[in-house]
Design a binder for this molecule. Structure first.
Ligand code: SF4
Length: 355
């Protein structure tokens, strides 16, 4: 049996199993036993948890919390709103659209780990929104919409599928003449790096008219191991680009030291930081959310000028009209038609002529 299947078969999703990895707190146990929610992860990811510290960033991302019952700022029916599911355009449930030329193609509601901060928790974690994730229906809609050039295959986690099923989706999308780019959103290199098998590499590798880009989600340097590094290297050797889309999470990565270490470590395993997402107002995740400005402050105080520019993600707020960038704005301190006064990360200024 492939070791990734074995990991999924032995997933950690009961109190008893979790106790094999950590000393569970009464609050954690109460949340697990009383909340009506899907939770769990792979033995590999559970083994990265700190057995004695309930503030461990991996514990907080995976173990349910009683705070999920509180919802002061989350938008009910969040996915319907953010994915424009109640607009005039008729689309299959699997197709989410915010832009003219690209869509998100949701192919599954299953994951290798159920992240407590997931903005899709209504279908993936809480499962109160039931969608018809019919792959054929989605492919047909994409075929019929010639303005779509870029498809993000997402979920859930699409790499939970067998190699054959992933290959089928890739081939069908490549057969559509107006498709120029296939993207996958997956946390597998983080939660189940064993998934990057020889079989999957065969599916992904090679020179094709339509390239594959992968974005993972890594939120804390502790999530990066030698196995992650090898999985990413294997993906890159297939000719696939790998970026990171971190989520800004209170108490997990919202301090300068952790934030810088995360982005430096990502580069050290060849992952280019792409986005930093403001934690979205999905219901039940208020406790993960920081003030909106926090992401821009962290880029200013931890990255810009403090380490390689390659480490800098774009900080964005997701909305139903698209992602809005919110980058630090300290660098123009004065401007006239003739000149700009520019400020660096240390507060030093310089005058540059305008033209
Ligand atoms: S892997 Fe992605 S889709 Fe699955 S629970 Fe985590 S954030 Fe949500």
């Amino acid at each position: 049996m492939d070791s990734w299947i074995d990991e999924l078969d032995r997933c950690v999703n009961t109190v008893e199993r979790l106790k094999e990895f950590i000393r569970i707190t009464p609050e954690e146990e109460k949340a697990i036993t009383t909340l009506d929610t899907k939770w769990g992860t792979t033995p590999y990811f559970a083994s990265l948890m700190d057995p004695d510290d309930s503030a461990c960033p991996i514990r907080k991302q995976i173990i349910p919390s009683l705070l999920e019952k509180e919802n002061h700022h989350g938008i009910s029916n969040y996915l319907v709103w953010i994915e424009n599911r109640a607009t005039g355009e008729l689309r299959p449930d699997s197709i989410a659209r915010q832009y003219r030329d690209r869509i998100a193609f949701t192919v599954t509601d299953a994951c290798a780990g159920y992240c407590r901060h997931c903005f899709r928790r209504e279908i993936v974690v809480d499962r109160r929104l039931r969608l018809r994730l019919d792959i054929e229906e989605g492919l047909e809609w994409i075929r019929d919409h010639k303005e779509i050039r870029d498809v993000l295959v997402t979920g859930g986690d699409p790499f939970i599928f067998s190699d054959e099923k992933i290959e089928y989706i890739v081939c069908k999308l490549r057969d559509i003449s107006h498709i120029e780019l296939i993207r996958f959103g997956t946390r597998m290199p983080i939660i189940l790096p064993q998934r990057i098998t020889g079989g999957l590499k065969k599916v992904l590798k090679g020179f094709h008219r339509v390239p594959i880009w992968i974005n993972i989600q890594c939120n804390h340097p502790k999530e990066i191991t030698e196995m992650t590094a090898k999985a990413v290297y294997d993906l890159l050797c297939c000719g696939v680009n790998v970026g990171n889309q971190a989520v800004l999470l209170k108490g997990i990565n919202d301090d300068v030291q952790t934030f810088r270490a995360l982005h430096q470590k990502l580069l050290s395993i060849r992952i280019r930081p792409y986005y930093l997402f403001y934690c979205e107002p999905a219901p039940g995740i208020d406790h993960f959310r920081t003030p909106i400005e926090k992401g821009a402050e962290l880029i200013r105080d931890a990255i810009r000028g403090h380490t390689s520019g390659l480490a800098q993600p774009m900080y964005v707020v997701s909305t139903n009209i698209g992602k809005i960038p919110l980058m630090p704005d300290y660098y123009i301190s004065k401007k006239t038609d003739k000149e700009y006064e520019l400020k660096n990360h240390d507060g030093q200024t310089i005058i540059i002529q305008n033209r």
